[in-house]
Design a protein around this ligand. Structure first.
Ligand SMILES: Cc1cc2nc3c(=O)[nH]c(=O)nc-3n(C[C@H](O)[C@H](O)[C@H](O)COP(=O)(O)OP(=O)(O)OC[C@H]3O[C@@H](n4cnc5c(N)ncnc54)[C@H](O)[C@@H]3O)c2cc1C
Length: 436
């Protein structure tokens, strides 16, 4: 008698590289007798795009490889294999489905253009296998607030006040089930090193404000350190505009961006801190900032491809300049403004820049140099280790006067430098040539 095939699922990992509080993984684990994980790194991400930048630069790539290595390890604890491919999802997923008799594919739901296209291409090559998707990246779950994205307010405070008043944040998911050892597949697809992908090894700049590694384990350690060990959370509102060192802000964004940690996990740990220690403006403000993150996701849902258009979601016309030398000077930290320069050098050397720095360099780019803001955003996309399509394009539009800022402000970068870098420590750190 023929042995009955076990129901086998596939988790197509994207920006949800975690085991804890992962709705996609939970569903897949519960609904299948066998399960494998797949991650596809599309080589096209290394090619130069429209404005001459890669979609994925070396700092974020290094962080991603660390995140995948950690995920692989954590999945192994549940006897789930993670297969890695340097190829498009379109080439990879259908072939894996065939090889392993996959019944269902599980993935995080995305809505931006390139991600939707990628899914469509994969789906077109699958016979009778459905791709099931789940929102897995929000603090406020879309099912709890959304009947129609068009109703999302265009002003952040209106959004925030409503969700804070009417919506409960869902609890985090705990996945108890572990598969038997025979769930592991024999195929070996190790996570490559930078060198194996054709990049030079990354030289870590000792001045970096983000000396952390990628992956869920490092994210949870940071959470524990920042909240419960140093209790910096309790001072967050006072320090969040800082520029130097690891402690002025949470530094959660790179892990949030690739999904190594969920916003809900952070939220419930803030609540735990408030219960065990105290509640103050700082503990609230971290949640306030996470609501900004959600908001830009809802904005991109509402406006679709408008977030990538020069007139933005406001459809506001300005004269934009595209002078190559002016752009190059901004990138290289060679403008007339040494506060902008210091921040730009930090970004280039480390893949990190503070929120204060980002606001200033973006405002200088769009409002002082009057350069096409999409070029600045594309440069950030290559460089930032925490690049997130919604937050990046949402913030760039906001600062450039084509987004959600009702006041359309321009930063006075000189005054900002005097206020936030009065001692010039930050500028001195980045404007002096490094010894090593
Ligand atoms: C021009 C520009 C581009 C940006 N591009 C990105 C990007 O690609 N990816 C990204 O994650 N953030 C981006 N931001 C937002 C913000 O600068 C970073 O989220 C923040 O600096 C990350 O540091 P942190 O984790 O220590 O933040 P904290 O101050 O500790 O805040 C906690 C979390 O709240 C969220 N958050 C805070 N500020 C914002 C904000 N303004 N918008 C959205 N979410 C926010 C982040 O998830 C952050 O991790 C951009 C801001 C500007 C002005």
């Amino acid at each position: 008698m023929q042995k009955k095939q076990k129901k086998t699922g596939l988790v197509w990992f994207g920006n949800d590289l975690r085991v804890q509080d992962n709705a996609v993984l939970e569903k897949a684990i519960l609904e299948n007798e066998r399960l494998i994980g797949v991650y596809c790194l599309d080589p096209l991400l290394f090619k130069k795009s429209n404005f001459g930048f890669q979609k994925l630069g070396v700092h974020r790539l290094q962080f991603l490889l660390e995140s995948l290595t950690d995920l692989k390890q954590n999945l192994l604890q549940k006897n789930i294999s993670l297969l890695f491919f340097l190829d498009t999802a379109e080439n990879t997923i259908p072939a894996i489905c065939k090889a392993y008799n996959i019944c269902s594919i599980y993935k995080q739901q995305e809505w931006t253009h390139e991600e939707c296209l990628e899914k469509k291409q994969v789906q077109s090559k699958l016979n009778h296998i459905e791709i099931v998707e789940f929102y897995n990246q929000f603090l406020y779950h879309p099912n709890d607030i959304l009947s129609d994205p068009q109703k999302i307010p265009n002003v952040f405070s209106n959004f925030r006040k409503k969700v804070e008043k009417y919506v409960k944040i869902q609890p985090t998911l705990v996945i108890g089930k572990t598969f038997e050892k025979d769930n592991l597949v024999s195929k070996r697809t190790p996570i490559p090193s930078l060198k194996e992908l054709g990049f030079e090894d990354l030289e870590i700049d000792s001045r970096t404000a983000f000396p952390f590694s990628g992956g869920e384990t490092a994210a949870l350690k940071r959470l524990n350190d920042y909240f419960f060990k140093t209790k910096q959370l309790g001072f967050y509102k006072k320090t969040r505009n800082g520029l130097l060192g690891t402690e002025y802000s949470s530094k959660f964004s790179p892990w949030l961006a690739n999904g190594s940690i969920s916003a809900r996990t952070i939220y419930w740990h803030v609540k735990k801190f408030e219960q065990e220690h105290y509640k103050n403006q700082s503990t609230y403000w971290l949640i306030f900032e996470l609501i900004w993150r959600d908001y830009f996701k809802y904005v991109s849902m509402k406006f679709g491809n408008d977030i990538f258009q020069i007139d933005g979601i406001l459809k506001k016309k300005y004269e934009w300049n595209r002078d190559a030398d002016t752009i190059k000077n901004w990138i290289e930290g060679k403008t007339s403004d040494n506060f902008v320069n210091a921040n730009m050098i930090e970004l280039k050397r480390t893949g990190w820049m503070s929120n204060r720095g980002r606001q200033n360099v973006a405002s200088f780019f769009a409002k002082e140099l009057e350069l096409d803001w999409r070029i600045g955003a594309a440069y950030f996309e290559e460089k930032l280790i925490d690049y997130d399509v919604h937050s990046n394009y949402g913030n760039w539009m906001y600062v450039s006067g084509v987004g959600n800022d009702p006041r359309d402000r321009k930063f006075n970068t000189q005054l900002q430098a005097e206020r936030y870098d009065a001692s010039q420590k930050f500028r001195n750190l980045w404007l002096q040539p490094s010894l090593f």
